[in-house]
Design a protein around this ligand. Structure first.
Ligand code: PLP
Length: 397
């Protein structure tokens, strides 16, 4: 059994704050600051360029990729860390399209995160081969998987509602139609048990600053199924994905397996934070996280629905159908969230009317859920959100 009191003690949580936004940015693992300081002082400071070998910086993307792999059902040697998620989406999608030269359709859904769709549009423009991005309603995806589809590109958990796609069934359907799959795990890695290998996913990508807690701007990861890893042609064919980067060969030759998905120099300081964040995950069993997450989200939904009749549940009611977040709708959702934040209950707002709360068992328990419900009930009951200062929008919502 995972000891959630022990995992909680691994995080710095500001006193008096109820942090329900770990689905957007995880909190600071206590060990991260000293780990980064050590990398700065002893490695960068003392070793300088020799740190690439002596401190193992060059191997870190693969080492950390394997540790993330454990959380997403990826075998060692099939997942690697680097760049940002937008870049990894491009890398995965472009590489997948290259494997289906006779097809022109990318199928996605209207619930996908905008950057995934934007990167697809940009890629289509660069390719100039007449590809089409078709976005259908999430519930209609299965019906649109035809033999025209080159790549099915989906985010497993909807960032607004937390609705989960059936990764196993949709991947099987895509394969039956001769299509490949790119799964974005931004809201499921570290939130729900994921089994990319079991589901037969061709490519998967995700970020490490949400549920995995590696800090703002932490590098993303990419998984390639072992069946493709030796043949896939990376679209972003950077020097560190080359077979022999230090041969400085003018011609590109892909590196072995997953290594070829690397692009350029990895962010060493940020990998130190990721390493500290992953130490906490070594204490955790994903099945326990899921059970506890369901307990917390059920408790929150029950509490809010009992106390706040003006809020409408925007997440699936059935626990198995949602990730680790709960969303409600309200026409003044932005102001409601600002009123919550002013009382140190932190969630976020997603246009046009969604207030969103992430439940992260590593550091959130039933006491925080009950306290958040009480604050929200007071805000709604007394219309405390109805103040001009709560309606002025900041750049980041
Ligand atoms: C958070 C998120 C992103 C963010 O991409 P970055 O390149 O890290 O800014 C992309 N896709 C999805 C589905 C996300 O949830």
């Amino acid at each position: 059994m995972t000891d959630f009191a022990a995992t909680r003690s691994q995080f710095h949580l500001p006193p008096g704050m109820i942090y329900l936004d770990g689905n957007s940015l995880g909190p600071l693992p206590r060990a991260a600051a000293s780990r980064i300081a050590r990398t700065v002082d002893r490695e960068w400071g003392e070793m300088l360029i020799t740190g690439w070998n002596k401190a193992g910086w060059m191997a870190q993307p693969a080492v950390l990729g394997d540790r993330i792999g454990r959380l997403i059902g990826a075998a060692p040697g099939t997942c690697i860390v680097g760049d940002t998620l937008s870049i990894q989406v491009y890398q995965a999608l472009a590489s997948a399209l290259h494997m289906r030269p006779d097809r022109r359709m990318i199928l996605s859904d209207t619930g996908n995160f905008p950057t995934d769709l934007y990167m697809a549009e940009g890629l289509i423009g660069s390719l100039g081969q007449g590809h089409e991005l078709r976005c259908v309603a999430p519930e209609d995806v299965a019906d649109h998987i035809t033999d025209e589809v080159a790549v099915l590109m989906l985010t497993e958990a909807d960032y607004r509602s937390g609705r989960l796609h059936d990764m196993i069934a949709l991947t099987a359907k895509a394969h039956a139609a001769g299509a490949l799959t790119v799964w974005d795990l931004a809201h499921t890695a570290g939130a729900t048990p994921v089994d990319v290998a079991g589901a037969g996913a061709d490519f998967a990508v995700g970020c490490t600053y949400k549920y995995l807690n590696a800090g703002p701007g932490a590098p993303a990861f990419i998984y390639v199924a072992p069946a493709h890893a030796g043949t896939v042609q990376p679209a972003l064919s950077g020097w560190l994905g080359h077979e022999a980067p230090f041969a400085f060969d003018p011609a590109y030759r892909p590196g072995p397996g997953i290594e070829r998905m690397r692009v350029g120099t990895p962010p060493v300081l940020h990998m130190a934070a990721l390493e500290a964040a992953l130490d906490v995950w070594d204490m955790v069993d994903m099945a326990d996280v899921r059970a506890r997450s369901i307990e917390l989200t059920e408790r929150f939904i029950g509490g809010v629905e009992a106390a706040c009749p003006d809020l409408t549940l925007a997440s699936p009611r059935q626990a198995q159908m949602r990730g680790s977040q709960v969303s409600f709708r309200h026409p003044q959702g932005y102001a409601v969230m600002q009123a919550l934040i002013a009382r140190r209950v932190i969630g976020d707002f997603r246009a046009p009317d969604i207030i969103r709360f992430g439940f992260t068992p590593l550091y959130i328990g039933p006491e925080e859920v009950d306290a958040a419900v009480a604050v929200l009930a007071e805000i709604m009951g007394k219309r405390l959100w109805d103040r001009p200062e709560y309606k002025t929008r900041a750049g980041v919502t």
